[in-house]
Design a protein around this ligand. Structure first.
Ligand code: ATP
Ligand code: CU1
Length: 641
């Protein structure tokens, strides 16, 4: 039978009550009748169910010529326990309570840790529990209720006011507001209309909608969030290597100090063998570095769960460490700083012809500028024509054969051997200064017109960038767009530096360049086109789009497409990492101060530490580390409550 640490703790605690009573009765010269026998029996049971696992682990480590934390617990308890049996036989004072209390206190630390693990996985379980139980799905023209796990991709689902959205999907009909706080951390309800994505487990408030299921089961956003957080919680932070290294030298060093303590007290300072032994046991017990072992994982667990609730998914412990060193944040422009849904604002030249030719070419392009042009043509009810030999030139534009003539739409980089009239040049400059992207439409080696397209910054971008600057970070915009447009948008939102005219495949190189100047760089992008830049940066921050957060590159994923998430991500990462450092500091200082006291260095000043007090102190250090990690749940993070 395997008992949980929590149960083992309670059993041991109850069994040690008689010894506790005796300890408090000592000053009154009261002796519990048959105390030695009671202590022997209860301690033996405690050793068997609670201390034995530590002994086993210590022996296993010893066989591999290594020592771990359990070596110290095992040695401390074993020495106190077996000595007491020897003392009982030879009629000397016994120290069973030392063995018992040390075990109880070590278990207290372990039980706290176990409880916290349970809580953390419960919190994740609760997140999954937010899911709806069933869904109203269209079958043979009628809506019928079916269990959630039978819903398939492509199903048409109806959701009434007050109900939960069962799976991820795209709205086909209706308008409503949704409470998405469970996945984004954003408490403001969000308006959703036809074509918008909906996320499973969010709550529909006022309208009835029908939507098409796009993701079900383990592909849903919620399932992915849970998966990411789970992985992060068990990940390794590099700072932990330090902990492991310390433990490795620490344990043997402590054993040597304990032996020296015994020898010095016994041989040189006139202590009895028992007194010298008690000093040595205290040293072993206080030195137990379990607090050190708890420092990193507990903070990581609390920090990653807390950040997930705010819509910030931190992928592993390594990211936390990198965030603390950042001094530059680089942003992609389109879709990151801006809304990413550009619109045609001005057309020069023969408007109808320019737009028709442009739209006919852009019909085959996926670019957001292309979408804007085609949309405009549609709204003008223009006939889109078929083109041949379509060619997309990455970061520059598109080219095709239009009625046997070469046509193109794109930036001035496509214009190597075409002349632009003075007038058009001035037009373009004026538009670009208004933060509008200008594309040239050319036919048969001649420019026939300009189309100006505007993509406005997200309403939250300015605030987020000023928050980052307040934190002493340099902000940079990296874009394929023209310098003037980029600069105009940068001015609008307060970005410090602009790197414009960058081809998509050069973005990663520009990040490297910044790094070579000694900058620690975070890159914020949409995660779809920006994979190389995201993985080159010291910290890659990918913005989720719609329901897709399964983004491989990037150490941090933001559920919401909002730059304020970057501020939150940096704040919580920094706070978690600082907490780890604080925990490590306290855990270490504890041992450093505790060992000399336990060794009896301050006996002259009246400071001593009995083995059981050493056990209490040691347990207290673990408990305080766990508590300190839990405090991460309470720290204030900008923009959250
Ligand atoms: N399909 C297209 N139609 C018209 N122009 C295009 C097209 N593709 C690229 N261009 C031109 O090339 C420029 C650079 O494009 P690119 O895709 O590299 O960056 P972007 O979308 O403008 O901005 P960002 O780098 O911030 O995402 C565009 O600003 C545009 O002038
Ligand atoms: Cu310990």
């Amino acid at each position: 039978m395997k008992l949980s640490n929590i149960k083992r703790f309670w059993i041991s605690f109850i069994l040690s009550i008689p010894m506790l009573i005796q300890m408090f009765a000592m000053p009154f010269h009261w002796m519990m009748p048959g105390y030695n026998w009671i202590a022997l029996i209860t301690t033996t049971i405690i050793m068997a169910i609670s201390a034995l696992p530590y002994w086993k682990s210590a022996i296993a480590a010893f066989k591999k010529h290594s020592a771990n934390m359990n070596t110290l617990v095992a040695t401390g308890t074993a020495v106190a326990y077996f000595y007491s049996i020897f003392a009982m036989i030879t009629n000397r004072p016994v120290y069973f309570e030392s063995a018992a209390f040390i075990t109880v206190f070590v278990l207290l630390g372990d039980a706290m840790e176990e409880k916290m693990h349970d809580n953390a996985s419960n919190a994740l379980g609760k997140l999954m529990g937010l899911q709806a139980k069933d869904a109203e799905v269209q079958r043979d023209g009628k809506f019928v209720k079916i269990p959630l796990d039978q819903v398939q991709v492509g199903d048409i689902i109806r959701v009434k006011p007050g109900e939960k959205i069962p799976v991820d999907g795209e709205i086909l009909e209706g308008v409503t507001t949704l409470d998405e706080s469970m996945v984004t951390g954003e408490s403001m309800p969000v308006v959703k209309k036809v074509g918008d994505t909906v996320v499973g487990s969010t709550i529909n408030s006022n309208g009835t909608i029908t939507f098409k299921a796009t993701k079900v089961g383990s592909d849903t956003m919620l399932a992915q969030i849970v998966d990411l957080v789970k992985k992060a919680q068990t990940s390794h932070a590099p700072i932990q290597n330090l902990t492991d290294k310390i433990s490795n030298i620490f344990v043997p060093a402590v054993m040597i100090i304990a032996i020296l303590t015994f020898i010095i007290w016994y041989s040189f300072l006139g202590a009895t063998a028992v007194e010298a032994m008690l000093f040595a046991v205290s040293v072993i017990v206080i030195a137990c570095p379990c607090a050190l072992g708890l420092a990193t994982p507990t903070a990581l667990m609390v920090g990653t769960a807390r950040s997930a609730k705010m819509g910030v998914l931190i992928k592993n412990g390594e990211v936390l460490q990198e965030v603390s060193d950042l001094n530059t944040v680089v942003f992609d422009k389109t879709g990151t700083i801006t809304v990413g849904k550009p619109e045609v604002t001005d057309i020069f030249g023969d408007e109808k012809q320019v737009l028709r030719i442009a739209a006919s070419l852009e019909e085959s392009s996926e670019h957001s500028l292309a979408t804007a042009i085609v949309k405009k043509a549609d709204s003008e009810k223009l006939q889109i024509e078929k083109v041949n030999d379509f060619e997309a030139i990455e970061g520059k534009g598109v080219k095709a054969n239009y009625h046997d003539q070469t046509a193109f739409v794109g930036s001035n980089r496509l214009l190597a051997d075409v002349n632009i009239s003075q007038e058009m040049n001035q037009q373009a400059t004026k538009l670009q200064e208004e933060a509008k992207t200008v594309v040239y439409v050319g036919l048969n080696g001649e420019i026939i017109g300009l189309i100006a397209i505007q993509d406005i910054p997200k309403s939250s971008s300015k605030e987020a960038i000023s928050e980052l600057k307040k934190r002493g970070l340099k902000t940079v915009m990296l874009t394929g767009d023209n310098e003037k447009v980029a600069q105009a948008i940068a001015n609008e939102v307060g970005i410090d530096q602009v790197i414009a005219g960058v081809l998509p495949n050069e973005k990663a190189e520009h990040i490297q360049e910044l790094q070579q100047n000694g900058d620690k760089v975070a890159f914020v992008g949409d995660g779809i086109n920006d994979a190389p830049a995201l993985s080159t940066a010291d910290v890659g921050i990918a913005m989720g789009s719609g329901t897709d957060i399964a983004i491989d590159s990037g150490g941090i994923v933001l559920v919401q497409n909002d730059l304020r998430g970057v501020v939150r991500a940096l704040d919580i990462s920094k706070k978690t990492f600082n907490r780890i450092k604080l925990n490590l500091f306290w855990a270490l200082i504890y041992n450093t101060i505790g060992i000399p006291i336990a060794a009896g260095l301050f006996v002259g000043l009246g400071f001593t530490l009995s083995p059981e007090l050493a056990g209490l102190a040691m347990a207290f250090s673990s408990v305080s580390v766990v508590g300190s990690s839990l405090l991460l749940n309470k720290t204030k993070i900008a923009g959250t409550n």
